[in-house]
Design a protein. Structure first.
Length: 470
């Protein structure tokens, strides 16, 4: 009996999903302030249902594509890159989705272009329409990003003259360039790690979190991961200095990528360099790159305080949840230590993360790419702040280096859950909107089930005719 799963059906199903997400985002996405619908607007409700309908279709298409990748005749990496382009196309035309961070990027770029210290002041200092687009909790908060990203954002601001539509399109193109670098690096990393290149592309680049948050949400994590990936490819190709430079540029977008320097040093040592020389080479290349990039950006060294940036009071990181619960208990008993509960849990989480990372590198010394992926995953899980797209920090490299089916199954399950964790406008959820989102997801599940039943009925009806022909 023929299988209902083939590459063309997966491509079409995923395209339908991202098209529904894009259409739903027109009324339910992270729209500019002047375009936000009223709370009771029926169009926003329909958009929310449609967006979640599309998310579930996209997840289903991705899971079915995974079955093809694991099959007897998997699609080639080139065919998978084409699927990625097709799935991403509708999202390039959509408004920002699942987060308002892109507005912060544009405001911070405009501040850097105007020579305002982005580390000392928040977008409120800039004023004007761009500052109004930034989510209220972050209007008075300095930038948590490095000089490389701020230089890109500043150049984009100068090129678009602060125009919002052009700025949004430009920032999405920057994110798309990051995703392209990820897709280019994954097969090479997989081959060096003894993993399947097609499976790595499926898990690390066609992942719904990449499409929904890096492409549709235009997050700068895409640029960080793309530079990190090509830096590791350079290090694997016995070009440790270039690898350290590229990994440092990734860290100067977002700080977590700095862990990649350890992988560069290990790979250099494995290529025959003495361990001390490998470490000093990576450190020297990184230091020189940092000084040069900071000088070119002209933003100063305030980025070194990026880890001190406040986290959202609604953040649902494990340590934040435990800290808020502990604070509530201490406050109930009248303790003067209640205000220390959240910072204490955050410090404990960082300590646990440091121990986990040390243990991972000791155990996985022969597999530095995999060790780096798991280290970044631990940092995302136990850090003071967590967002669904933070999971991609580790998942990207786990996809490239993990060869075991159980690992892929676990990552698939985590991806499916996280893809449903944020509403299209990136705002807090209430009962009514959760119900609408659930209706959209349930509708997609019903449609998928009916399509499966119709296929089975069609195959059953064809079976006698095929038998008579034989």
């Amino acid at each position: 009996m023929a299988s209902p799963v083939d590459l063309r059906r997966c491509q079409l199903l995923g395209l339908t999903g991202t098209a529904c997400v894009a259409l739903g985002g027109e009324t339910a996405g992270a729209l500019p302030v002047r375009e936000l619908p009223a709370p009771a607007d029926a169009r926003a409700a329909v958009g929310l249902v449609g967006a979640y309908f599309g998310v579930v279709l996209l997840i289903a298409a991705w899971v079915l594509l995974g079955r093809l990748v694991r099959g007897a005749e998997p699609p080639t990496p080139r065919a998978l890159v084409l699927v990625l382009a097709v799935w991403a196309a509708p999202l390039l035309l959509a408004p920002p989705l699942f987060s308002r961070d892109v507005y912060s990027y544009l405001a911070q770029g405009a501040m850097a272009d105007a020579h305002i210290d982005v580390y000392a002041y928040g977008p409120d200092r800039l004023g004007g329409p761009l500052a109004e687009e930034v989510a209220p909790p972050w209007r008075h908060t300095g930038a948590p990003y490095g000089p490389v990203f701020l230089a890109v954002a500043s150049a984009l601001s100068a090129a678009t003259r602060g125009e919002l539509p052009a700025g949004l399109a430009g920032m999405r193109l920057v994110a798309l360039a990051g995703v392209a670098l990820m897709a280019a690096a994954l097969p090479r990393l997989a081959r060096h790690s003894g993993a399947d290149p097609a499976a790595a592309l499926w898990l690390g680049a066609l992942n719904p979190l990449v499409l929904l948050h890096l492409v549709a949400g235009a997050h700068n994590d895409a640029l960080m991961l793309g530079l990190l990936g090509v830096g590791l490819v350079a290090a694997l190709g016995r070009r440790p200095v270039l690898g350290a430079v590229l990994v440092t540029l990734a860290a100067l977008v977002k700080v977590p990528a700095v862990l990649g320097l350890a992988a560069v040093a290990v790979l250099h040592a494995r290529a025959g360099a003495r361990p001390l020389r490998a470490v000093l080479t990576a450190a020297a290349a990184s230091a020189a790159t940092t000084v040069a990039a900071t000088a070119v950006a002209g933003t100063g060294y305030g980025w070194t305080r990026a880890l001190d940036t406040p986290v959202s009071p609604r953040n649902w990181a494990l340590t934040s949840l435990l800290g808020r619960a502990t604070r509530a208990v201490l406050a109930r008993f009248g303790s003067d230590l209640a205000h220390l509960a959240v910072p204490a849990w955050h410090l404990l989480g960082l300590a646990v993360t440091a121990l986990l990372i040390a243990g991972l590198w000791w155990r996985l010394r022969p597999r530095p790419v995999y060790a780096l992926g798991l280290s970044l995953a631990a940092l995302a899980a136990f850090g003071p702040a967590v967002r669904p797209w933070y999971a991609l920090w580790g998942l990207f490299l786990i996809a490239a280096a993990a060869s075991g089916t159980p690992v892929r199954h676990r990552v698939t399950a985590v991806t499916a859950v996280l893809a449903l964790a944020v509403l299209p406008d990136g705002g807090p959820a209430d009962a009514g909107r959760l119900l609408l989102a659930g209706c959209g997801g349930a509708l997609a599940a019903v449609v998928l089930w009916q399509a499966h039943q119709m296929w089975q009925a069609h195959q059953t009806a064809q079976a006698p005719a095929l038998g008579r022909t034989a």
